[in-house]
Design a protein around this ligand. Structure first.
Ligand SMILES: [Zn+2]
Length: 329
């Protein structure tokens, strides 16, 4: 049996691999073919080469089923990982906020005050201490205070798919409220939907609406001056989200900014308590408080309440920019 170099073009890839291995392992000794004068590997090398080749089909047979099963599992695993990552990225993409929730808009009247004298338009970013319900169903975003116009604007994200509705009682609940209902049995709370075993559905499927109010610690209520909303409603069956993104402005709020914590001269006394230079207590320093409340529009049940301003609420100076004209409707 003679070895011809042309055979190389017909043998399988595995053969080539083996050939390359042997070429590297041995110091290749070539001899001239006696008839053609073509360079040829010497016999010792050829024998080794064919021995290796002969062993290949046996090896393949041996690894057969287990080998291919391993390959199938490997590709199945890679496919699943890619799909899981794609799903995670899709959820992050779908859950991201609409830009309007973070864009100060203000009422037409406040904007005209700004346009008359932009240089002297006092505008602050406000950081209420509690800005979300515990489970995040109601969340305040980018609250601002236009001091010159006496307007306070709240960015709000409502996660409707997190709110629950009881068809028997006709009431809306946040996840936090239902969680606290679990602490009581029927005797403690005869109206607890959890204790009574009522069926709760996603509020996003009910078409219910919410109402919003701002009032101060003296009980005065403030007028809504502007409201813009955008809704994201996606239901893929296995995955559903419904978010409402809102900018909500209230007028007639005039805060004493000189008494705000950023302007107040405070010091820490020997007991470690914060006191003002004039010796006033924390409670006195805090002054009047303003509250924001979210209600179920039909039943007037309170779903969420937070203090949006007192003298201890942190403010940050910011420049106001007129919003995109799409947000003015
Ligand atoms: Zn109920």
């Amino acid at each position: 049996m003679r070895f011809s170099p042309h055979i190389c073009s017909n043998i399988r890839f595995a053969y080539l691999q083996q050939y390359a291995k042997i070429m590297l392992r041995n110091q290749c000794n070539y001899v001239k073919h006696p008839a053609t004068g073509e360079p040829e590997k010497d016999m010792q090398m050829k024998n080794e080469l064919f021995e290796e080749e002969d062993s290949l089909p046996e090896e393949n047979k041996k690894r057969g089923f287990a080998f291919y099963l391993k390959k199938v599992f490997k590709y199945l695993f890679i496919t699943m990982m890619v799909m899981a990552w794609a799903a995670v990225l899709l959820v992050i993409f779908l859950r991201r906020d609409h830009a309007i929730v973070k864009t100060p808009v203000l009422s037409a009247q406040a904007r005209s005050v700004y346009e008359q004298d932009p240089e002297h338009f006092e505008f602050y970013r406000v950081y209420p201490a509690v800005f979300r319900s515990e489970e995040g169903a109601c969340q305040l975003k980018n609250c601002v205070y236009a001091a010159t116009a006496g307007e306070y604007e709240i960015g709000l994200r409502i996660a409707w798919t997190q709110l629950r509705y009881c068809e028997q009682c006709g009431r809306l609940y946040t996840p936090d409220q239902l969680e606290s209902q679990k602490k009581y049995d029927e005797e403690d709370d005869p109206h607890s939907c959890i204790a009574l075993g009522h069926e709760l559905v996603r509020a996003s499927e009910t078409g219910r609406t919410l109402s919003y109010k701002v009032f101060d610690s003296k009980g005065r209520e403030y007028e809504t001056t502007n409201l813009v909303t955008r809704t994201k409603d996606i239901n893929l069956g296995f995955f559903a989200i419904k978010y409402e993104f809102i900018r909500l402005a209230f007028g007639g709020l005039y805060f004493d900014l000189d008494a705000n914590i950023i302007n107040r001269e405070s010091s820490v006394d020997l007991t470690g308590e914060m006191t003002s230079e004039d010796g006033a207590s924390d409670e006195e320093d805090r002054g009047m408080r303003w509250y924001f409340v979210i209600y179920d529009a039909e039943t007037d049940d309170r779903l969420f309440e937070t203090c949006i301003y007192d003298n201890d609420t942190v403010l940050e100076d910011e420049a106001y920019e007129l919003p995109d004209s799409d947000y003015l409707s």
